[in-house]
Design a protein around this ligand. Structure first.
Ligand SMILES: [Fe+2]
Length: 506
């Protein structure tokens, strides 16, 4: 099938960014500013599976203007890449997320906000997020809830809405609370609810909320913490939401001088807050575990023992060294490079068990490899799951260079390494239409090939990743790397549309 023409969106985004040898403004992290539409992508190799029907969304970090200070990879402006796959065909489009800060800098024609590593006062306009001085970019996460895609920022900004099919920007979520929302809200497809949290530098330091399927803020309660913390992700089970208070957080003395420096606080445990989905602060069950920091959870569920006691099981990536030494070989970037290098903070697949009867926590390592940014079969979310597909990274760099499929029952693993100079995006597991086995499906990703200066959409067989991509599709331009991705089934979007039609007809 020949490709259809690439239609470039006009007018182009205004940019003042100059070529740079900054490690996260060059190579696979070279920002892209072009926005295009392609109705039918060219197949380079293989066939597009006919039993996939949905949309892949990838959030990337694309600095638009010359930074005011020192650039950090998480400072970039959000650009969403979309690949729609249906009937053995694939379409592509990409759009910036037009946050109020993005629009303000487009009008100004230059940067107005400093970044994560810049001193207080760098920003020329009031800042946003838990940090307080940042641009609200929405450039961390992307999820779909009730037919709307939400781009969110890890430091807590607005939830920026896009139409997942057209990528039309729809503004900020009307339900967004004053302290914003963190990246990594979680959706329960069975109830249509979205669970989220935020964190801030003022008491009670964290809130938890639920948005119903109609897009209304149905629940919003404080989760009091001892002080400002830096949680990144949350997990959900059928009855519980799991929040956390980890010992890596801003140094309190430096914070008094408006300096934001994360420090591991020796002697403090990791604490988990289990809150009933619609519970209040008085219902929280706190559990303690060994000190660590965790960026991402992969799944959580409830298990009932023969004696009727319930354990909540949580899986994610435990860090052995949450405050790594600078990577001196990177010179002026030594500190920044270490804090985004998985091999420096040493993250491994791990399981925690919280016994609701005894209040005790048990934990165990599931695999010795340095891995993160994993995915599970979404049909097994909040249920006991066996398989996790993790990504590996190039040592020293935030670049995904391969995959590991973990069988957490047997300990067996499959490994696939991408060719040198080729880097993946976060790669959701897409269950095969009609499939029932947990590993019956695909991994969908976007690749950046530094050798050819191009990008592809690649599809892997989730049951055997060692084969490498079974289908490769040419993208019309080389994309910039970023953080998170998601997949939404077209059947889910249709169900959400039907729900909204019925709601408005009622
Ligand atoms: Fe994340």
């Amino acid at each position: 099938m020949p490709s259809s023409p690439t239609i470039t969106r006009q007018p182009p985004v205004r940019t003042t960014l100059e070529p740079s040898n900054h490690p996260y403004l060059s190579g696979a992290w070279t920002p892209l500013h072009e926005e295009v539409d392609v109705d039918a992508l060219d197949v380079i190799e293989g066939e597009i599976p006919a039993d996939i029907d949905g949309i892949y969304l990838r959030n990337t970090e694309n600095q638009v203007h010359q930074p005011l200070g020192r650039h950090h990879p998480f400072d970039g402006d959000a650009m969403i890449h979309q690949v729609g796959i249906s009937g053995g065909m694939a379409s592509y489009r990409n759009r910036f997320v037009r946050t109020q800060c993005f629009e303000a800098e487009q009008v100004a024609g230059r940067s107005l906000w400093g970044g994560l590593m810049d001193p207080a006062g760098t920003s020329e306009r009031p800042g946003f997020g838990a940090h307080g001085g940042l641009k609200d970019t929405g450039s961390t996460d992307i999820i779909v809830h009730a037919g709307v895609a939400y781009a969110t920022l890890y430091q807590c900004g607005e939830a920026w809405m896009l139409d997942p099919e057209t990528l039309e920007n729809l503004g900020k979520a009307p339900w967004g609370p004053l302290d914003g929302i963190s990246a990594h809200p979680k959706v329960d497809e069975a109830t249509g609810e979205l669970m989220f949290f935020n964190y801030s530098k003022h008491a009670p330091y964290m809130h938890y909320g639920v948005v119903d399927r109609a897009g209304r803020l149905a629940h919003y309660v404080p989760v009091p913490l001892p002080g400002p913390r830096l949680p990144h992700d949350m997990a959900i089970t059928k009855n519980w939401s799991i929040l956390n208070d980890m010992p890596l957080f801003w140094d309190e003395d430096l914070l008094q001088r408006d300096i934001h420096a994360a420090r591991l606080h020796e002697g403090l445990p990791t604490r988990f807050a289990l809150i009933p989905r619609h519970g209040g602060p008085e219902d929280i069950r706190w559990f303690e575990a060994e000190p660590t920091f965790v960026l991402h959870w992969t799944n959580a569920w409830e298990e009932t023992a023969e004696d009727g006691s319930v354990e909540v099981v949580l899986e994610g990536y435990h860090q052995s060294n949450p405050m790594p030494q600078p990577l001196e070989e990177f010179g002026q970037y030594a500190h920044m490079m270490a804090y985004v290098d998985e091999h420096s903070f040493e993250c491994r697949l791990h399981r925690w068990r919280f016994n609701l009867a005894t209040g005790e926590t048990r934990e165990e390592r599931l695999n010795e490899r340095i891995v993160e940014f994993g995915t599970i079969n979404p049909r097994f979310a909040m249920r006991p799951s066996r398989y996790v597909w993790s990504t590996t990274t190039k040592p020293g760099w935030f670049l995904f260079n391969g995959y590991v499929r973990h069988d957490t029952q047997t300990g067996e693993e499959q490994v696939y390494e991408l060719p040198e100079g080729v880097y993946a995006s976060e790669s959701p597991m897409v269950p095969r239409q009609g499939g029932t086995d947990e590993d019956d499906g695909y991994l969908v990703t976007l690749l950046i090939d530094e050798n050819s200066g191009s990008s592809e959409c690649a599809i892997l067989d989730a049951s055997d990743i060692t084969k490498g991509p079974i289908c490769r599709l040419a993208l019309p331009h080389k994309i910039c790397s970023g953080t998170h991705s998601t997949w939404v089934e077209r059947s889910q979007l249709e169900a959400d549309r039907a729900f909204h039609r019925a709601r408005f007809a009622a």
